[in-house]
Design a protein around this ligand. Structure first.
Ligand SMILES: [Zn+2]
Length: 576
């Protein structure tokens, strides 16, 4: 959020997809760039509205807000990106504040000319050459506090007037913005010649240049979210999750602290306990009928309110949206800088929400006992914590390797046969395109994740051994509905580890020779010879969302709708 003074005070969670998405969203992941794990604290809310004097707004009662990231790092890496307005030309003053030298210079010039002083006049008054005054006014100079005091004296204003962060005029504000842009990475990368920002530049030209650079910045940001970019980011993050066995200690720590605060230590997390967590963080809950269509929840950070739908979707756990909103707050998520940042936030929030519903300590105890008795089961984990199957499956992958020494894989596959998202650290080889992206790829018809769709019984767990080119795997799979059609959710492990699982005695077995085309991608010869050249199917638009990545600050979210909604529901504004 560099370069912006006032990050939005709104959190928008999710955009209408069902389920808990640890692994991707529209098949995309934040890019992994460990070199840029930032420790910059993000502004935290809820913030007190000016003049509200705290009435009705409880401040966070926990230390667990954005300034206190465990370990001082984000749980997931933040992608590197060009930043607007590098602060390199700002100088710490004696007061420890960071002064924007561009704004400072404009203020000095404004005050000087208002007093009818020339550069010479001011230079003489402070015992400096006129060129040095000019440097100061152009923001090229990093003034010492002692010099600023002299300048303030010479201009007859308090020092604070010089240090104000407000440009003195609209024209000055535009000049500052253009100067800043010209010194920033965008101009550098485009190789655009610079214009001299001075009196000779007409105001309308100045307006146009500033608007143009804003638009270019916006277009580039949108372009960053191309499917290619998203796929690459996804592959990178999957590699990082694999390296961490999909276990993130910082997020577990956040969950532990929150659950301790409300005295919850095991078993299903009740609706009441969920609400207590929100209250503990200073939020009141408001169930509304007119939540913006593109959102699951909206958080008003200014007033400490979380807006939730009155009726949950049939496919979701009603606790999830609230917990994800709470998680975003606890993790200090602010307006995403770009698409990858948005995805990183989403993965973090979903992980933390699940860690609240299935606490690490009690779940590990439960799973360790199950392993000792050779009856590990995702179903049992689901039932013990009263969570959706997909949540239990995801959570199992978080804990299985780190705590049970069992490598695993996870897949979510659309009924059309395409891979929606997946994770593995057990050596299974997912179908992939030449660049290593797996989203939208066809899954072998012989795999458990596909075979399960052919069964009449969709309520009992299905188990199967599958021989693949990378070894024999055992898998358990279930089908679940969603507004985008049915999906199978599968968890599997290599043959060597199946002895810990319930369902290992299954006699279901199949062999996959994919990616050999003759395995399942080519039609059987008899059928082919009968129908070749006689069929012309019309393709259905792909269920995968890869083709249409939404754009915008919160991708897929209609910001106007969100702001109108907040206006409608916000407490009456106190008279200023
Ligand atoms: Zn196959």
């Amino acid at each position: 959020m560099h370069g912006r003074e006032d990050p939005t005070s709104v959190h928008v969670s999710d955009v209408g997809l069902e389920g808990s998405d640890y692994f991707s969203w529209t098949g995309s992941f934040p890019r992994c760039d460990a070199g840029d794990v930032t420790t910059t604290p993000a502004p935290s809310g809820p913030r007190r509205a000016p003049g509200s004097a705290g009435a009705g707004v409880r401040q966070p009662a926990t230390g667990l807000h954005s300034h206190d990231r465990v370990g001082g790092q984000r749980a997931l890496p933040r992608p590197s990106r060009p930043r607007a307005a590098p602060a390199a030309d700002a100088t710490p003053t004696g007061a420890g504040a960071v002064v924007d030298t561009l704004v400072l210079g404009r203020r000095v010039r404004h005050l000087r000319t208002a007093r009818g002083m020339t550069l010479d006049d001011l230079g003489r008054a402070i015992g400096r050459a006129p060129s040095q005054v000019s440097m100061l006014e152009n923001g090229h100079r990093e003034p010492k506090l002692s010099l600023l005091s002299q300048v303030a004296d010479a201009l007859g204003v308090p020092l604070g007037d010089l240090l104000s962060s407000e440009p003195p005029t609209r024209r000055a504000a535009l000049e500052v913005e253009l100067e800043r842009a010209q010194r920033g990475p965008l101009f550098a990368s485009l190789g655009v010649p610079q214009v001299k920002v001075g009196k000779s530049l007409p105001s309308d030209a100045l307006e146009a240049l500033v608007a143009l650079q804003d638009q270019v910045q916006r277009l580039l940001t949108e372009n960053a979210a191309t499917p290619e970019e998203a796929r690459r980011a996804n592959a990178d993050l999957r590699a990082r999750m694999r390296a961490q066995d999909n276990y993130f200690p910082e997020l577990e720590e956040h969950a532990r602290a929150l659950l301790d605060a409300v005295g919850h230590h095991g078993g299903p997390l009740s609706q009441r306990a969920t609400a207590e967590i929100a209250a503990h963080l200073g939020f009141t809950l408001h169930y509304v009928a007119d939540l913006p269509h593109s959102t699951r929840t909206v958080t008003d950070l200014a007033h400490g309110r979380i807006y939730l739908p009155q009726a949950g979707s049939a496919h979701t756990d009603s606790r999830s949206p609230l917990l994800q909103a709470v998680a975003s707050h606890v993790l200090g998520h602010t307006e995403p800088a770009d698409y990858a940042d948005f995805l990183r936030q989403r993965v973090e929030a979903n992980y933390l929400a699940a860690a609240l519903m299935i606490p690490e300590a009690s779940a590990v105890e439960f799973l360790t006992e199950a392993k000792a008795e050779r009856r590990l089961s995702v179903e049992d984990l689901r039932d013990t914590y009263a969570v959706p199957y997909e949540t239990a499956a995801h959570r199992f992958t978080n804990l299985a390797t780190r705590h049970l020494q069992v490598p695993v894989h996870f897949m979510k596959v659309h009924e059309g046969g395409t891979l929606h998202k997946a994770y593995e650290n057990d050596g299974v080889v997912f179908p992939s395109d030449p660049l290593g992206a797996i989203e939208g790829q066809p899954v072998c018809r012989q795999w458990t994740a596909r075979v399960v769709f052919t069964l009449d019984d969709r309520f009992s767990p299905y188990y199967q051994y599958t021989d693949t080119s990378s070894g024999t795997f055992w898998c358990t799979s279930r089908v679940q509905g969603s507004s985008q059609g049915a999906f199978s959710v599968s968890v599997g492990t290599p043959f060597a580890h199946v002895r810990w699982f319930r369902g290992r005695e299954t006699t279901e077995r199949s062999a996959s020779r994919c990616p050999e085309a003759s395995c399942c991608r080519e039609a059987p010869p008899t059928l082919a010879s009968r129908w070749e050249d006689q069929a012309f199917p019309s393709a259905r638009p792909h269920a995968s969302l890869l083709a249409a990545l939404p754009v915008g600050v919160f991708p897929g979210v209609d910001q106007t709708e969100v702001y109108e909604f907040l206006e409608r529901h916000a407490p009456a504004r106190p008279q200023a």
